[in-house]
Design a protein around this ligand. Structure first.
Ligand SMILES: [Zn+2]
Ligand SMILES: [Zn+2]
Length: 345
């Protein structure tokens, strides 16, 4: 038996996003049905749009993106202790819980993961979605759908800063000021980092970084080299979508420094001269999604230690989603984060 017909935004392949009728599948044991309140357009969704995939994860058949989302319960759920209409966030990363990596406390590295909104698992750019109850994250009562959506990218930023372990008042170079970079900037300040030297080629993102408290902001990594008299910073965090992101992180790093790479490069390739990294003797970490971060993400938003609303540049309905992908792919000035409201705002 098939469920009701909705609409969903489907990615068919590179530069091919279409709104089309979508038949809601039946729920499975342990799932609850949500009305999607809002869903964010993430840089990784954009890779599926621009490249048709990320590495081996390719779009084999049209799929519905959307892993940053929150929704309202469509009926009372005694098991969750939540009533119909309650706004909840969803952790999209359903790890298996019993592999070596899960058992070591790294559910973000689980090879058996079912990630809502990564092929072949359809995501939330539609009106209703079944989600595992284990992934439901209750929200404080005054949270808005915007707050709920931004917890997922904020979680990615928290995980990046957890990996980076900034020392108190340590100077940090931040490469890339998209939504993740702008959230990392704010989390670094909470974590006690010192001066933050940030760069991004786009002016509106630099302006936003200044408003959100970066120490200095420039257009390219050469600015960081200039400010530090070519010495570089002891800690670098990279959050770009550029194949040169890794190279820039290396160039911004001091000899013996640490670098954390968060971004996913366009085309799934890094380009850099090896000697630059090798000769500096850098310690490099790759960030993969996030660990157990939701309670801290909620606390940061609730205590207003992080401003998530300033990052949202566009809010559209489901009928505006395909155009939003186009705007993001073209780096249209003014675009930072787009939120899609499938049932209207
Ligand atoms: Zn994301
Ligand atoms: Zn696992």
């Amino acid at each position: 038996m098939n469920g009701p017909t909705h609409h969903a935004l489907f990615l068919h392949g590179p530069y091919d996003a279409r709104l089309a009728p979508y038949t809601l599948r039946d729920g499975r044991p342990g799932e609850t049905l949500l009305d999607v309140a809002a869903v964010g357009l993430c840089g990784s969704d954009l890779h599926y749009f621009k490249d048709g995939g990320i590495g081996a994860a390719t779009i084999a058949q049209p799929f519905v993106p959307g892993h940053e989302f929150c929704g309202r319960l469509t009926c009372d759920d005694p098991e969750l202790g939540l009533s119909r209409g309650t706004l909840v966030a969803v952790d999209p990363n359903k790890a298996c819980g019993h592999c070596e990596y899960c058992e070591r406390g790294h559910p973000n590295l689980c090879p058996n993961v079912e990630f809502i909104g990564a092929p072949p698992f359809d995501g939330a750019m539609t009106e209703q979605i079944w989600v595992p109850k284990s992934q439901v994250v209750p929200l404080p009562p005054h949270f808005t759908p915007l707050d709920g959506v931004m917890l997922e990218p904020l979680g990615v930023a928290i995980h990046a800063v957890d990996l980076a372990k900034p020392r108190l008042l340590e100077r940090v170079a931040l490469i890339g000021l998209g939504p993740i970079g702008l959230l990392i900037l704010q989390v670094l300040k909470v974590a006690g980092a010192g001066e933050i030297l940030a760069v991004d080629p786009q002016e509106h993102r630099r302006d936003l970084a200044l408003r959100l408290g970066t120490t200095a902001v420039g257009a390219s990594v050469e600015d960081i080299r200039g400010w530090t008299r070519n010495e570089g910073c002891p800690l670098v965090i990279e959050a770009t979508n550029a194949p040169e992101g890794f190279r820039d992180a290396v160039r911004a790093a001091k000899i013996g420094g640490r670098a954390v790479l968060v971004g996913i490069p366009d085309g799934d390739v890094y380009t850099m001269p090896a000697a630059e990294a090798r000769r500096r003797g850098l310690k490099i970490k790759f960030a993969r999604r996030m660990g157990e971060v939701y309670p801290r993400a909620i606390a940061l938003v609730e205590k207003r230690l992080v401003d998530v609303a300033s990052l949202v540049s566009h809010q559209v309905g489901l009928d505006g989603a395909a155009a939003a992908f186009g705007r993001h792919a073209q780096n249209t000035p003014g675009v930072v984060k787009t939120l899609i409201y499938p049932s209207g705002q």
